[in-house]
Design a protein around this ligand. Structure first.
Ligand code: MN3
Length: 237
């Protein structure tokens, strides 16, 4: 195995914590050698569509999962197939176009796959506050859970246009970082991975909350699955 491929697999392994992106990366590594693509698949929700009521309504959850997330999965599969074709034909302007489409749709697939998992019904672990190491790091890096919630809520509520509020962990210096992502993939930082995120595209809340995005963000804290967030952190350490 040459060095670049070994490094690539090491990097891909590093993000295995959050799942979907590792699949994208290792699949592309394989595709470069084998010329085949394994389709990405829509993961099932770990609860029923109405399980996050009254904070997130069942209709929004079903549309969000079966239409929006599914569209990113399909878009990613289509973009990767078209990218492979463009590369094979030597049309690198077209390859660049499809690469951007793959980044957008792949970002959507990755973040939604995480989003479903970092939520849980209020009677099955959703809400409350983090504990243990995660609580301690939040205390250290933000000055407490309430201070963290304020910064994160403001970041999520104030994303310009469509995007995400995200909590990243950066292993290099052991820091938690609050970020905004526009669309599915812009404004990120390198070397840090999301362990918690809220979708603030209008499709995530408009049926129930209309233009009141901040109300949706406030309600969402009641369904955050802190156990999963702690697992996401552990997997990066
Ligand atoms: Mn969405």
């Amino acid at each position: 195995m040459d060095t670049s491929r070994r490094d690539f697999l090491r990097i891909a392994g590093g993000v295995a914590a959050t799942g979907a992106l590792a699949g994208v990366l290792t699949q592309n590594a394989g595709a470069a050698e084998a010329g085949t693509l394994t389709p990405h698949e829509l993961p099932p929700l770990p609860y029923n569509y109405d399980a996050l009521e009254p904070y997130i309504d069942a209709t929004t959850m079903e549309l969000h999962h079966t239409k929006h997330h599914a569209a990113y999965v399909n878009g990613l599969n289509a973009a990767e197939a078209a990218l492979a074709q463009a590369r094979a034909s030597g049309d690198f302007a077209l390859a660049q176009y499809w690469s951007k489409r793959a980044a957008f749709n792949g970002g959507g697939h990755f973040l939604h796959s995480m989003f479903w998992k970092v939520m849980a019904p209020p009677d099955a672990g959703g809400g409350g506050a983090p504990s243990g190491e995660l609580r301690d790091k939040i205390q250290r890096d933000f000055g407490g859970f309430d201070a963290f919630k304020k910064q994160f809520s403001a970041a999520a509520a104030q994303v310009e246009g469509s995007g995400w509020g995200l909590l990243h962990y950066r292993p290099e210096d052991d820091r938690l970082i609050v970020l905004q992502a526009e669309n599915q993939h812009k404004l990120t930082v390198w070397g840090a991975w999301p362990i918690l995120g809220i979708d603030v595209w209008e499709h995530a809340y408009y049926l129930k909350y209309q233009n009141r995005r901040a109300d949706y963000v406030n309600a969402w804290w009641n369904v955050v699955n802190w156990e999963q967030v702690a697992q996401n952190l552990q997997a990066l350490r």
